[in-house]
Design a protein around this ligand. Structure first.
Ligand code: C2O
Ligand code: CU
Length: 492
């Protein structure tokens, strides 16, 4: 889905007389009215996408960001967000993970026209499901300029059995523009010359770790790019200057407070473009309660791995003290850090690597859906196999060997149970994300983004209950830009 490539709604199926259900089909609005109560509360908020400055530990950089109201709502409400575009180029917002009505999904030229500079667009949609989400542009490489924000949808029925709650948004920070990075990837140069950290100290690197427990799945090379067992090999294409939690670097890591002896809920969001994070809290096990916003049977782990676009909610029963939170940039020899504070005392050094990083990392096989979100047992009406294809040299990613613009839509009909078999025949892992639906893994857990390792096959199932035109793509910003995307097209 190259920024310059216009997306068009396919006007008809492949000679079978079926017509695509567009984002503006009456069935799109009709489906939303079946979700809401009689008169849902409307939550009106305002947002600006524009140039911002980020203070990276005293190093002030110009980038793009969202300013305005924090976006948070309760499931069942209608969210109305007036977006003003103060960027120098077109934009849109995609509300990642939310089973939104199709005309509000934010894919330019597919579900809405691009939002031009100095103009506004009003997003207005019912939020059906509670959970941890985020939003970001669906235009070119804008996401890798740190243009994203978390989106929490509260559960009116959630007992809230915790004493504090914090949202941690993880991001890889590029020293340079994503357009330059993409150009050098296309040229076969990589961007290894862009990892210049002069003036930033060495706080992002693993060089001076305080614990002897180097995470054993990461073997950084001098370029900082290594291999990762958890990711089945090569961890990423792009070398980043540093990694951020809530837009703060390790040298200015954020502190999250919790009452000693209390239970804290951490909502983890990976908003990065080319980095998976392995996250652990020193001295504590994590109880994982939600995957991509949807509840699972609580399960314990020492660490969680998040691909781009994935979210986990975890709770931690906090002792009295000051503990490191570390998000290792998996396989890249770098990390982001924060502090969990529930008592007095000095924070551990920022390069303290919790031993938990080497403990058990949550795997998809550990995820059991909470019964309230289990997809009813049913055989699939329709199955597609998609090969995830491509390589770094030449830099070219696709599905079934084709880039988005050349790929026929995958047609579905409303009411069908659909199964997608994802077979990764490429040289790298891909976090595959489906718009508008929360699918089920074969084990039943509901997710909207799933990591598929090289040589691995993963099957996902969902009910086609949200008419329209939906993207299914790799959430690596650069893979998406090079065409690793498919169109899931409702037809009738
Ligand atoms: Cu968060 Cu189409 O993606
Ligand atoms: Cu990919």
């Amino acid at each position: 889905m190259a920024g310059a490539t216009a997306l068009t709604v396919p006007s008809c199926g492949r000679g079978n007389g079926r017509r695509a259900v567009s984002a503006h089909d009456p069935s799109v609005a009709a489906r939303e009215t079946t979700l809401g109560g009689v008169a849902p509360t409307i939550r009106r908020l305002a947002l600006v996408a524009g140039p911002v400055q980020l203070d990276l530990a005293g190093h002030v950089v110009e980038t793009w960001g969202y300013t305005g109201d924090p976006i948070r709502a309760t499931a069942g409400e209608v969210l109305e967000v007036v977006l003003r575009n103060e960027l120098p180029e077109n934009t849109t917002i995609h509300w990642h993970g939310i089973a939104i009505r199709n005309d509000m999904d934010g894919v330019h030229d597919l579900t809405q026209p691009p939002i031009a500079p100095d103009s506004t667009f009003t997003y207005r949609f019912l939020v059906p499901d509670p959970g941890t989400y985020f939003f970001h542009p669906h235009t070119g490489l804008q996401l890798d300029r740190a243009l994203y924000a978390p989106l929490i949808i509260d559960d009116p029925a959630d007992p809230g059995a915790y004493d504090a709650e914090h949202v941690l948004v993880l991001d890889d920070w590029l020293d340079g523009t994503p357009e330059e990075t993409y150009a050098s990837l296309r040229d076969g140069m990589g961007n290894m010359d862009m990892g210049d950290m002069s003036g930033m100290g060495d706080m992002g690197g693993m060089g001076g770790m305080h614990s002897g427990n180097a995470p054993d799945t990461s073997m950084p090379t001098p370029t900082g790019m290594g291999m990762s067992t958890l990711l089945g090999g090569h961890p990423g294409d792009v070398a980043y200057a540093m990694h951020l939690i809530n837009q703060r670097p390790t040298a200015d890591r954020p502190t999250f407070d919790a009452p000693a002896g209390g239970r804290v809920r951490l909502r983890l969001v990976n908003a990065a473009s080319d980095t998976a994070y392995r996250v652990a809290v020193g001295g504590h096990r994590l109880t994982v309660t939600h995957a991509d916003g949807f509840p699972i049977e609580p399960v314990e782990a020492d660490a969680v791995l998040l691909g781009m676009g994935e979210r986990y909610d975890v709770t931690v029963d906090v002792g009295a003290g000051v503990y490191p939170i570390v998000a290792v940039a998996e396989g890249k020899g770098q990390f982001a850090a924060a502090v969990l504070r529930s008592g007095n005392g000095e924070a551990p050094p920022a390069d303290t690597m919790p031993a938990e990083l080497d403990g058990t990392t949550l795997g998809y096989a550990d995820l059991v859906p909470h019964e309230s979100v289990r997809l009813a047992a049913r055989t699939a009406d329709l199955e597609y196999t998609m090969q995830l294809t491509g390589q770094e040299m030449p830099y070219d990613w696709g599905i079934n060997g084709s880039a988005f613009a050349e790929l026929d839509p995958f047609e579905v009909e409303q009411g069908q149970r659909v199964r997608l078999v994802l077979r990764n025949t490429s040289t790298m892992w891909h976090p595959m994300h489906l718009h508008g639906h929360t699918f089920a893994l074969d084990g039943g857990a509901r997710k909207d983004t799933v990591i598929v390792l090289p040589d691995e096959e993963v099957a996902i199932s969902f009910d086609a209950d949200n008419p329209g035109q939906w993207m299914f793509h790799c959430h690596n910003t650069y893979h998406l830009e090079s065409g690793m995307a498919a169109l899931l097209s409702y037809v009738r």
